[in-house]
Structure formats: structure tokens, C-alpha cells
Design a protein around this ligand. Structure first.
Ligand code: FBP
Length: 553
């Protein structure tokens, strides 16, 4: 393996554990807390999870380790999109497992949950694991998006565990993967397999959080990576003074990433999807809002700026959603062939005009042509428009250009608008984890093993008090069922972990709201610079602005 100088240094970095896990395995005891209830729909969740519901929350403390001495064989799975720090979860798990008993084994199931079903695995040893310490990526075993959710899959999983003598499975994933972890835990308990399941909260999107989980891992590093580059772009914009940059940032649904980047870099505009939905804003209103910033800055001689667009925003615009549904209908079944056979875009446009309601046609008509065509090109295997592929940064710059042209004609705008486009997503998902993520993830993995060792099943590894230095972090576990409620998914009521969207009454959004009018007109950019791994703690161990504001710092 080729190793860069930074990677060489990072391999030597010793992640910080919470103080209570630092005394050595023999001195970690459990303090049991209260019995738990699910956040909503208690009766229904309890009925669905009779064996794992209502268990106690727990924390670890310094004291005599009273866990049963038995050989543990643990399987670990990385599930879903990459997030910086995943390797350290595996390393922490491995180190705790080996420190407890050198005979213990760690299996890594390859390429996501499908590795467990296909019995495709590797067994970790020191030489292999040491190559991945404090590095980004999920390439240690690979990841995948196969969902573990059917009884038939659970039966296969139980067989595979039995074959290898596996005593516990650790699933490192987002809200869906941890929901599935809870269902698997219940199945294993109901079928008396003796196999435990522990989850770890991962996703750069930051939407797996609640009163127990302060943040998912990867959010810190990914947002710092994007903020560095957005800051660089701001400085470029402020130097050349000739471009408006439209920057789309990842986050499939929630806007936590966009909001955190805005708090870090103070751009002229940042859309927040949750606000768009709450105010039922139309595309035209959003375009006007951005055009106002462009206009006011132009009036002051500043024909440049930066706008952050969250990846999922179009799905939060009610009229756009309706349009998408109508297009899906319009092209259902054989009608897609008829449409595709039409020779020119003009013919296709006429077909569309005939098929859409007037309301949706009005929305369609204002879209830039490239976006109009994209809506008909990018379809998923079921024939539906793939909203996530829509280049919303181009959509909004196109709509803003049209608004500005109108204003120019009316004599209310006399600037120059040259937009440039960027999409930051994959760039941040495999970055070297920040010290925060390196420490947090190692602790999550180490802690996950302590939960296994003490016999817990259906728990999420929980590290809290994260805005404080690591020695003050609190380690423990939370029954996953505590975070569940019932939601309608694909026409069925399902028990799921509640996805955390941006709270419009929360402190991070309130801070942004209080400052954005000033940022929209003035050049108030801040330049966070690159993640620092070595140096003073106030530079290297900083948490996100989101977490700091949520904690009232
Ligand atoms: P997870 O929720 O699985 O962590 O993935 C989140 C994410 O990174 C989103 O931000 C993005 O929309 C999506 O994954 C991209 O998925 P893919 O890697 O399949 O293209």
C-alpha cells in the first residue's frame, strides 16, 4: 500500500477514549439507568419488539468488571454511504475485543449487509487493522446499501452466525440500518439464537440524532471538508469579484450539512429545505429571494457572491413534488415508449403540455431547458424521475438569471451575473477523520464491544457530552427501540428511527436566521481553512458550530 506522509503520521495517532473507558477493561462496570419507552407509539412498538422493548439505558463507569468471561466472536458490517471515521469504529471494536481476551475474534462482512447474507468475510488481525487506523473511507471491508429487513434474510444471517460461532453483530449505519439492526436484534432474541446486535450511529447527513445521540459520526469531518472549500471559493469570489458561485452540498434529505457549512463560512445565501417546506415556498419565491441578494450586492458594486444549496431541497418544494408525481404518471407503462419515440424536443414538449395540469405546467415552463430535459432522462428502474440527480445548483442559478433579466427590463437591476456551479458530496465522505471523528468513532467501537461483553442486545453505542473534551465524554448504551416511532413507508406502517430534520426553532437555525440578512448583502465571509490534526486543541479538537450552538456554547 502506498502511504502519504500524513497517512503515516495518522497511523500512529492514539485516539482519545472517554475518561470512564480509560482505566482498562478490568475496571469498567455498568451503571443501569431507567427503563425506556419509545419516543412515540409506545404500545405498537412494544408489541412489535416484545423481547427488546423497554430495556434500561446504561452508562459505563470505573469499577469492577463483572461481565461473564466467554469467548466472543463478533461480526462487523459497514452499511450505506461512507462517513469519515468508520475505520476507527472497527479499530476501537477490535482493540477492546482483543484487550478483553486474545482469543476473541472479529469478522468483517464485506461490502455491506450483503456480506453477512453471502457469508463473505475476512477475519481481522493486527497487521491488517493497523493499516487503517485513523484513515478515511470504508475500504477496510467495503460498504453497501442492501437492506437487512426480511425474515428470510434474518434466517440466513442466523445460519451464518451459527456456522462461525458468532456471538454478536455490530452494524455501523444510519437511521434505516439501525432500524433494521433493532428488528434483527428482536428476531435473534425471539429465536433464541444467543446472538446480540449493537448499532453505531453513522452518516455525514447528521440526521441520526435525538436527545440521546448528539451527532452521527462523519458529520464533523465532512462539513469541515466542505467548509474549507467553500471558504476558499468565497475568498476567490472576493478576490476576482466577478462570479456568483452556486454550491450544492450533500444531505439526501435534511439540511444539517448546508446549515453547518453556512455557520462556518457565512455565505450570502443558504437555503434550508425544512424552511422551504414549512413556508411552502415556490421555486419562483426562492429564486426571488436569491435574486434579491444578487440585486442588493450589485447595487453596492459587488457582482459576486456565494449561495449554498442543500442537495435535497427540490423535494421540499410542494409544487415541484406535485410536478414530479405528474411526470411519473405521464410516463407510466407504455406511455414512456410513446414519449421516447417522439423525434424532437418540441414534439416532446407538446406531449408534456397536453399531459400536465396547468398548475404543474406553469412550474415546468419556468425551469431551465437543461433541467426540463433532465426530468425526462434520468429515471430509476421503476420509471420514476430521480430527484436526487437533479442539478439543483443549476436549476436555481437558471431561475435567478431569469428573474434578473426581468428586473433588468424593468430597470430595477443593473448588475452583471456570471454563475459558476459546484457540488460537494463525495469529496468529504472519505476524508481523513478529524480528531473529533477519530476519537468519537474509536470510542463508539470500543464502547460497542463493552455492550456486547455485558450481554446487551438491540442497543446503540452511545457516547455523549461531545462538546466537552474527550475525557469528559460519557459512554453507555441506549435501546434502539427508545428512538422509534411508527411511520408510513411504501404504503405500510413501519417502526422506524425518527429522522432528525433541521429544527426551525433550534439554536443553530435561529443563529443563522438572525444573521443571514446581513450576510446576504455584506461580504461577511469566514475562512475556516483545512482540518488541522496537530497543534493546539482549540484548533484541532473543535466540534461543529451546530453542536456548540445546540449545547449553548
Ligand atoms: P447514508 O445516509 O447512508 O450515510 O448516506 C448519505 C449520503 O452520503 C447522502 O448525503 C447522499 O445523498 C447519498 O448518501 C449518496 O448515496 P450514494 O453513495 O449511493 O450515491
Amino acid at each position: 500500500m502506498n502511504i502519504s506522509p500524513l497517512q503515516k503520521e495518522r497511523l500512529q495517532y492514539v485516539p482519545k477514549l472517554p475518561g470512564m473507558l480509560r482505566h482498562g477493561i478490568a475496571e469498567i462496570c455498568v451503571v443501569e439507568g431507567k427503563e425506556t419507552q419509545s419516543v412515540a407509539d409506545q404500545e405498537k412498538i412494544q408489541a412489535l419488539f416484545p423481547n427488546t422493548y423497554g430495556k434500561k439505558e446504561i452508562t459505563f463507569a470505573k469499577g469492577q468488571n463483572t461481565s461473564a468471561a466467554k469467548k466472543q466472536v463478533v461480526g462487523v458490517i459497514l452499511s450505506g454511504g461512507q462517513a469519515p471515521g468508520g475505520h476507527n469504529v472497527v479499530c476501537g471494536l477490535y482493540d477492546a475485543l482483543k484487550a478483553t481476551n486474545a482469543e476473541n475474534e472479529l469478522f468483517g462482512f464485506k461490502n455491506g449487509p450483503s456480506g453477512l447474507l453471502d457469508d463473505d468475510y475476512l477475519v481481522f488481525d493486527d497487521a491488517y487493522i493497523d493499516q487503517f487506523r485513523n484513515t478515511g473511507g470504508f475500504d477496510i471491508i467495503g460498504s453497501g446499501r442492501t437492506k437487512l429487513e426480511t425474515e428470510a434474510q434474518f434466517a440466513v444471517a442466523a445460519e451464518v452466525c451459527k456456522k462461525h460461532g458468532i456471538t454478536a453483530i455490530v452494524i455501523i449505519g444510519g437511521d434505516d440500518s439501525n432500524t433494521n439492526a433493532a428488528v434483527l436484534a428482536e428476531y435473534f432474541a425471539a429465536h433464541e439464537t444467543g446472538v446480540q446486535v449493537i448499532g453505531c450511529p453513522k452518516t455525514i447527513d447528521g440526521d441520526l440524532k435525538n436527545e440521546d445521540i448528539e451527532c452521527s459520526f462523519g458529520f464533523d469531518t465532512a462539513t469541515k471538508t466542505y467548509s474549507e472549500v467553500i471558504g476558499n471559493i468565497e475568498r476567490d469570489a472576493n478576490s476576482a469579484k466577478k462570479y456568483w458561485h452556486f454550491v450544492k452540498v450533500m444531505g439526501r434529505s435534511a439540511s444539517h450539512v448546508a446549515l453547518e457549512c453556512a455557520l462556518e463560512t457565512q455565505p450570502n445565501v443558504c437555503l434550508i429545505s425544512e424552511e422551504v417546506a414549512a413556508k411552502k415556498q415556490s421555486l419562483s419565491e426562492i429564486a426571488d429571494y436569491i435574486a434579491d441578494s444578487v440585486n442588493k450586492r450589485a447595487d453596492k458594486g459587488m457582482n459576486f457572491g456565494v449561495a449554498i444549496i442543500p442537495e435535497g431541497v427540490v423535494e421540499f418544494v410542494p409544487e415541484f413534488n406535485k410536478l414530479i408525481q405528474e411526470i411519473n404518471e405521464l410516463l407510466a407503462g407504455k406511455k414512456a415508449e410513446e414519449f421516447n419515440a417522439l423525434p424532437t424536443w418540441a414534439d416532446k414538449y407538446a406531449f408534456i403540455e397536453k399531459g400536465l395540469t396547468k398548475e404543474s405546467m406553469d412550474v415546468f415552463a419556468i425551469l431551465p431547458v437543461t433541467i426540463q430535459q433532465q426530468l425526462f432522462l434520468e429515471r430509476d428502474p421503476h420509471g420514476n424521475v430521480q430527484v436526487s440527480l437533479i442539478e439543483s445548483e443549476k436549476l436555481f442559478s437558471g431561475l435567478v438569471a431569469a428573474k434578473l433579466a426581468e428586473r433588468k427590463a424593468a430597470g430595477t437591476y443593473n448588475g452583471k451575473f456570471s454563475p459558476l456551479h459546484h457540488f460537494f458530496g463525495y469529496e468529504g465522505r472519505c476524508a481523513f477523520p478529524s480528531n473529533f471523528d477519530a476519537d468519537y468513532c474509536y470510542s463508539l467501537g470500543y464502547n460497542a464491544f463493552m455492550l456486547i461483553q455485558y450481554g446487551y442486545n438491540g442497543y446503540l453505542s452511545k457516547i455523549s457530552n461531545l462538546s466537552k473534551p474527550a475525557d469528559e465524554w460519557v459512554a453507555g448504551g441506549m435501546p434502539i427501540t427508545k428512538m422509534m416511532n411508527m411511520e408510513r413507508r411504501h404504503g405500510e406502517d413501519k417502526p422506524v428511527i425518527k429522522k432528525a430534520l433541521v429544527e426551525l426553532e433550534g439554536k443553530p437555525f435561529k443563529y443563522f436566521e438572525a444573521h443571514r440578512d446581513e450576510w446576504a448583502v455584506e461580504t461577511a465571509y469566514t475562512y475556516p481553512g483545512a482540518i488541522q490534526y496537530y497543534g493546539p486543541a482549540e484548533v484541532c479538537d473543535l466540534t461543529t458550530r451546530t453542536l456548540a450552538l445546540e449545547k449553548g456554547l
